[in-house]
Design a protein around this ligand. Sequence first.
Ligand code: GLY
Length: 562
Amino acid sequence: MSALRDRLRGIVVVASALTTVTALAQHAPDRAAVASAHPLASEAGIEVLAAGGNAFDAAIAVSASLSVVEPFGSGIGGGALFLLQPAGDGQAVMVDAREKAPGAAHRDMYLDAAGEPIPRASRDGALAAGIPGLPAALAHLAERYGELPLERSLAPAIRQARDGFPAYAGLLRRIESRSRGMNAAARKAFMPGGALPVEGQLLRQQDLAATLQALADQGRSGFYGGRVAERLVAGVRAGGGIWSTEDLADYAVIERPAVTGQYRGAEIVSAAPPSSGGVALIDMLNMLDGFNVAGLDRVGRVHLLTEVMRRAYRDRAVYLGDTDFVDVPIARLTHPYYASGQSATIRLDRATPSDALPGVSLPPTGPGDQTSHFSVLDSRGNAVAATQSINFSFGSGFMPADTGVILNNEMDDFSIKPGVPNGYGLIGAEANAIAPHKRMLSSMTPTILKSARGIALLGTPGGSRIITMVFLASLAWIEGGDAAAMVAVPRFHHQYLPDVIEYERGALDAATLAGLERLGHSPREVGRGYGDMHVVTWDTETGAVDAASDPRGIGEVRYTTR
Ligand code: GLY
């Protein structure tokens, strides 16, 4: 890389930072759209829109329905990040419903007497569960943003839990593989009569229906107080956990400003800490801004994108955590000047070994593919991009008796021992150490893109790979692709450590793989496909609304004119 090229790149970065995003000409959406991971969840959203609800009411319906029909990925025993964009020129806001560590949690709670992590202690059972945030978010959305009572927006999910929904192959596969790690109440809920349901069999969850009904009737205190809270705490404590009734009573969602950035005429609006997603996404796009991306061949493009991923994930490991507890330099990490310094270390002719970048370095463990994302746009232009999670498949596998609520294992998203990788192979530093009442770092990246083309709402599950999937899909839209192109884009991923390019089958052809190896990369295929992205777009010039669900999953888009 020549010195002249470096100087030119610096100029490009500055010029780009000063580019203002073209003001959106608002032509009302020609229809409303919901895209989610399950057809019944999309239909729940449409039902509520048709009943006069807005996008925020519909988001409640979709979120709660996913808790019922996709219980391995997310649920009211977990947390969520909702990115809300009210119609008009209003600022997007993030409703942070991330789980919190219980008050009795402490930094070394998953270490043995020798100071070593106890295998699976942060993954299995009641001790692995953070205090859920999703029920509080649903009540908050109804109270502050919705037009319908919470009871109405929760009605489809309550019906689906009470009357049942047809068991499907992906659910059955996950029940089968997780059932040995489930407690008795969870096994009873998902294997009624002690047997794995057959495909198409109605799976009824009466206890979950009752818990959702308590939330519908009493608002947040239907979950965080009274009988449900007593059962949750009693069950967790009997299972070796440390929740208290105060932990539940004190849980509150927090509204935070979204993080924002710009890339080639597009505004990026994304998840703020406690997610690392938005910061890393904007940092990656800022780094790219100094390069002539369009002029690269396939090897050069994958190489460059890999190098920006590597650097952003290194920063994730070092700096990111809950901003209520640690000072995260968000403004610096999302500033084009900072990215310019990072990209100055990128060579187009050679991979940078991760251990050449200053930071923490230890060996990895495997990835995960749970969590759930949905996108909603109503006919007035209110928009929601939301990602919700109980972390790994069926979370902790623990369900307090008589609640129907499968609890998350989101405590594993803390750095259990700073410098030791978590279940996704992500290495955390002090910023993400466990502390009482602290929110664990997330990769969830619900995102809204805005440009002269209009708006795109996107996000996906996929653990540590979430951020790079959103990055690749954002590039696809900014470079002219539509919703279908965004969800179909072939996926590859680098997260600093392990120092490999993970790619889904078919994403990188033989010539590209050979070229990457020549540059010093280590590509590794990681299976048939990963992620489950759901996108809604709105062309604000014409009003045309489009949407797409990931071809890798079973989700479907639904539209309505309401
Ligand atoms: N539980 C996955 C995440 O929040 O990143």
